[in-house]
Design a protein around this ligand. Sequence first.
Ligand code: ADP
Ligand code: MG
Length: 251
Amino acid sequence: MITAAHLTKRFGRLTVLDDVSVTLQPGQAVSLIGPNGSGKTTFIKCLLGLVIPEEGDMHVAGQSVRDHWSYRDRIGYMPQISRYPDNMTIRQVISLMTDIRQGKNAQLDTELIDAFGLPALYDKTMRSLSGGTRQKVGACLAFLFNPPILILDEPTAGLDPLASEILKAKVLREKANGKLILITSHILSDLDELTSDIMYMQEGRLQFLESVDWLKQKTGETKLNRAIARLMATHDSATKTNADEPVRSLF
Ligand code: ADP
Ligand code: MG
């Protein structure tokens, strides 16, 4: 459903994405992990059409991200930092987004809105909300239009443990419904129970995209973070580059 072919992005002299090719399928919950600055956000921005790659291309359901923006109706995006007009209430933000998108998808999914108890807060302005509540609004909007693709950027970072569990349960249900879920995080333990596949990036290059089952089997480790550390150590000695430090800093 999502393919990247030889995706390359440079900012000035810095190559932020270096010849990245991947295919992501419906029903996969892919964790995009890697050290800070490894190109995770840039990859997502390319996918959303917010950054234009120098070389290569990306397709979403067969449509190039370079062509039209209509493919974006297929994507629900929860940004790491959600920005909404400060003086709007939660109710107004939700109805604004619904007005913009409703014509294209009338079937709203309010499950997360109810699970988070947002209706009780509907008349609060965005300005007055805590960071965690803003995160909840961002999550609700990502799922509201029932998109086949969900992109969640550090989704549990600002959430309290209960909200985090509610969101994880929702992700698992949507994965079971056959949706494609792409989650970036540097907190691997948060993702262990959600993830079907790990996409690991370092210095703009894709190191691997493998299923969790394969990783655990290949390395003989039962914990995901240990499996990845072990695989990276193998990579490390194979390529004779020192990849050890950035990997360790992830965990
Ligand atoms: P990650 O999300 O993995 O932390 P990013 O994709 O945000 O990494 O950034 C990768 C690299 O690209 C970093 O070195 C970052 O400073 C650089 N970068 C990102 N966006 C820009 C930009 N708009 N202009 C210049 N450099 C950028
Ligand atoms: Mg980032």
